[in-house]
Design a protein around this ligand. Structure first.
Ligand code: ADP
Ligand code: MG
Ligand code: MG
Length: 883
């Protein structure tokens, strides 16, 4: 079978659709070659070889060697040089490339094919022999590090001491002779570390590197990464072998990385960095400060070093051309890697570029408006959860700022927190409940955990494509990178900048959108939801069929919900209104009363407050439906916590404290979640629901009259398990309505419905629907009651359950579609059979979870209801579910 796919010379055997077989890098190199872009010739060894290797006791397929050497000959033909030849050696890079980009895999080895003889041949052929020895030392270091396991620092030490012995500062200051000396010392070191010399046979070098790529698929870091990202180990990795092109041959050479649009803002401008006379890894490694690609970006940053546009205008124009072609072809923003050898451009990689949520939005909208993609594609492209980044506050432009430093706007958003100087400290402080800003000279993959828990990240070194910048954008953390004036002292845990000193624990603020760093906490303002956001949400709303409501009870929540586009309230939890300090005493009095009369006495005190709550809600919601759930929690949740509170209640009720204490004890329950709560309260103490219903209707009548708008209360009974419960309570509500309407001389439409949160309710939904005008699936309780698993106590063992694959997701966060979902489906079907126009919604946490929303769409619910900040996320998820 075919194990090797060639590319280059204007054609390729693979294409971008073959990522499973060729890995992301290999498939896109093939695609670029097919598009006629300048790609150094090479070949990809497929992921199937990796799978074969591991299922056959670590051996390669028999015919692999022959296919590799045929493909190598093909490269030699195109390049006019020969692998291992002394006169005219071909050098290659060996690059790993899984389907999904995977840090933790083997790094790239460049300049493979150099040995003591070929290096002389290469030197003899080039204008400046320096480049040959520079390449050789790079090769020895990389190969030794990633293939032979001789650590980096050995080589860095050798280079550093050579530089200080000879009074040299920069790598570019070293001559051919210098590099020769360094190479000799490197080889000596390898021999010392391994007890054998650095491999001189080019075939051994090649197979050593190929073996290291396949070997790295099973190293611990890669295994961990796969587990965290749900990547199956059967996928395997591909290996790319590609002719070297040289960015380190002199001043008409360069290497760089670019995004076809600004990855931070999404602006349609070319964005990138490059280094003259350098090889690939130098840009990311942060050894030298990279220069800007475009003059506009250079000027905006006030940088001195010239842009590529200024230094190599012709090559830059070629790169612009590639940018246009790739965007038109892939119809998405691309992340490019390129090298310039003696004024000729070579493309080394393209992939879909990572971007911030704001950039994702802008790019999708711009591309749809330009007709490059459809509106549906634009909507499909935004990950709903990523919108979260855009819904949170930004720095108040009017607030005073005490500037501490200025860096690159690497990842937008505002963040304030206490300064910590290491990833471990970030995690430690966060565990203690502190909000932190991680400050580092630069970050590395070991810092991921600390970056994740931090509010924001600040570095003193590195560009827009540095580790900190890329990772922060991916995580949606604000980041200011390369703030050069910062003097960070890890040992003293201080930073100095612009004559000011900041110690560990001091508060600073980052503005990742401008690159400013401020002392202290700067106040924030709510984001504008217009512009691209508004445009995209307009498309979203025209696509989706599911309505989106919010769970809200306070006026603030209700306003936020409307601001974010909620189409009503799906769950107003009335008990939250009871905790207000001005009424909790009356609530306690009501609960502790020993008879109906005592309860009515206390309820009369609560009713005016409760009515006002609803007046406010109805006013804010301006005619949109408002679903109000009558009292639900076990009464003991409201009980006085101590003697002082007990006395307060005794005074208010005019009762003896001893009587109250006895009643308090009486109310204690062993399993309150399955105890005296929900509609059971309404059955035993109908006067509570009666009071609530009255308050709702009086408020509705008042607002309807004042505003002239319809007010649509939907009264919802919790924890119903039988039709009879609902019938009894509906009677109470209807009676209250009739009385209020009669007294006020007005009537209005209202609905009485039920929560479905017990399996019995779901199963008997056909009967319950005879009395219920709507069902709202309370999936928090329905999950709890279906799985028989307490949501308050399940954390510790659920984690183990997830690790063992018993439940793939936390069933309280993402709906258990197999179990709980089945009950929802049964209830929806049986309910609608009885009452075809039965309104169906969901109001658990799941109402804001995209996967659960897709499920709700499939079973035909009318709406989802979620917390106000998740409303836009739910709108987008609903649109995607409808596509
Ligand atoms: P990564 O997946 O870590 O980005 P790559 O395989 O893309 O690793 O290699 C990193 C860099 O090495 C590339 O961006 C490029 O600059 C350089 N490189 C890889 N192959 C070649 C080559 N054949 N010629 C010149 N430079 C190369
Ligand atoms: Mg790369
Ligand atoms: Mg419930």
């Amino acid at each position: 079978s075919k194990w090797v796919y060639a590319f280059g010379g204007g054609a390729a055997e693979g294409r971008s659709g073959m990522k499973n077989l060729l890995g992301g890098k290999g498939a896109n190199l093939a695609e670029m070659a097919n598009l006629g872009l300048p790609v150094p010739p090479g070949f990809t060894i497929t992921t199937e070889v990796c799978t074969y290797y591991y299922t056959n006791g670590n051996v390669y397929p028999a015919d692999l060697k022959a296919q590799v050497s045929a493909a190598l000959t093909q490269i030699e033909k195109i390049m006019g040089s020969t692998f291992g030849s002394i006169d005219n050696p071909l050098l290659v890079s060996v690059r790993s490339g899984a389907r999904a980009s995977m840090p933790g895999m083997m790094d790239t080895v460049l300049n493979l094919g150099l040995n003591d003889q070929t290096v002389e041949g290469l030197a003899a052929r080039s204008k400046d022999p320096r480049f040959a020895y520079d390449s050789y030392r790079r090769f020895i270091q990389m190969y030794s590090d990633v293939v032979l396991g001789v650590e980096h620092h050995h080589f860095e030490d050798i280079l550093d001491s050579h530089k200080s012995d000879h009074d040299l500062t920069l790598d570019t200051d070293l001559s051919a002779e210098d590099w020769k000396t360094v190479v000799a010392a490197y080889k000596e070191k390898v021999k010392e570390e391994l007890g054998r010399p650095f491999p001189q046979t080019v075939e051994d070098q090649l197979w050593g590197a190929i073996g290291a790529v396949f070997g790295s698929w099973m190293n611990q870091r890669a295994i961990t990464y796969r587990r965290l990202h749900d990547i199956p180990s059967e996928w395997g990795t591909a290996v790319n072998v590609q002719a070297m092109v040289f960015g380190n041959m002199g001043d008409d050479c360069a290497t760089g990385v670019a995004f076809t649009r600004n990855p931070s803002t999404g602006a349609n401008e070319f964005y990138g960095e490059y280094l003259v006379n350098a090889q690939g890894e130098d840009v990311v490694a942060g050894i030298r400060t990279p220069q800007y690609l475009t003059t506009a970006a250079r000027q905006a940053a006030g940088a001195d070093l010239p842009s590529m546009e200024e230094v190599m205008p012709r090559v830059f124009a070629d790169l612009e051309d590639v940018r246009r072609k790739l965007e038109a072809h892939f119809t998405d923003m691309q992340d490019l890697e390129f090298t310039v050898q003696q004024s000729k451009l070579w493309m080394l990689q393209t992939r879909t570029g990572k971007r911030t949520a704001a950039a994702a939005l802008k790019i999708a909208v711009d591309m749809a408006e330009a007709g490059l993609i459809s509106k549906e594609a634009a909507v499909r492209r935004i990950e709903p959860g990523a919108l979260d980044q855009l819904l949170h506050p930004t720095l108040d432009p009017k607030a005073e700022r005490r500037l501490l430093a200025h860096g690159l706007p690497a990842s937008p958003g505002a963040a304030s927190g206490r300064v910590v100087f290491s990833a471990e400290d970030a995690e430690l402080w966060t565990k203690k409940g502190e909000k932190v800003i991680l400050v580092r000279i630069e970050t590395s993959p070991e810092d991921i955990g600390g970056m994740h828990v931090s509010q924001g990240i600040l570095t003193s070194r590195g560009g827009m494509t540095s580790h900190a910048a890329v990772v922060a954008r991916g995580m949606g953390r604000p980041c200011v990178a390369g703030a050069g004036e910062l003097r960070i002292d890890y040992r003293a845990k201080t930073l100095k900048s612009m004559g000011q000193e900041v110690k560990e624990g001091d508060v600073i603020t980052l503005d990742g959108s401008t690159g400013q760093v401020m002392l202290g906490a700067v106040p924030t303002v709510q984001p504008e939801l217009t512009g691209d956001f508004g445009t995209l949400m307009g498309w979203v709303d025209s696509i989706r069929t599911l309505k989106v409501r919010a769970n809200a009870e306070t006026p603030l929540d209700a306003r936020t919900a409307r601001h974010f586009g909620a189409e009503g309230i799906g769950l107003c939890r009335t008990e939250h209104m009871f905790f207000d300090p001005s009424r909790i005493i009356a609530v306690r009095e009501m609960i502790l009363a020993s008879d109906e009369e005592g309860r009515r006495h206390a309820l009369a005190k609560i009713q005016p407050y409760q009515k006002n709550d609803f007046v406010e809600l109805f006013e804010i919601m301006q005619g949109l439906p408002v679903t109000i759930r009558l009292l639900d929690p076990p009464l003991h949740e409201f009980l006085p916590g101590n003697d002082a509170e007990m006395e307060e209640v005794a005074r208010a009720a005019g009762t003896d404290i001893a009587v109250l204490r006895a009643r308090n004890t009486q109310l204690h329950e062993a399993n309150p979640m399955l105890g005296h709560r929900g509609c059971r309260l309404g059955i035993t103490y109908p006067e509570i629901y009666e009071m609530q219903a009255r308050a709702i209707f009086e408020a509705a009548v008042e607002v309807a009259r004042k505003s002239g708008k319809t007010v649509s209360p939907e009264i919802m009974i919790p924890l119903v398990g039988t039709k009879k419960e609902l019938d009894l309570l509906k009677e109470v509500i209807d009676r209250a309505a009739a009385e209020v309407f009669k007294a006020s001389g007005t009537t209005l439409d209202y609905l009485v419905g039920t929560m479905i949160e017990l399996p019995r309710a779901a199963l008997t939904a056909g009967a319950i629907a005879e009395s219920a005008a709507f069902f709202s699936f309370g999936t928090n309780d329905l999950t709890q009651t279906t799985l028989g698993m307490s949501r308050d106590d399940s954390g510790p063992f659920l984690e183990v359950y997830r690790q063992r694959g018993i439940y793939e997701h936390d069933p309280f966060a993402s709906l258990d579609q197999e179990g709980v979902g089945e009950l929802i489906q049964i209830a929806a079907e049986r309910g609608r059979k009885t009452r075809p126009n039965l309104k169906l919604g969901i109001c658990g946490e799941h109402g804001g979870d995209p996967a659960s929303i897709a499920f709700c769409q499939r079973v035909g619910l009318d709406y989802v209801s979620c917390s106000p900040y998740r409303v836009p996320i739910a709108r987008l998820a609903a649109a995607q579910a409808a596509l």
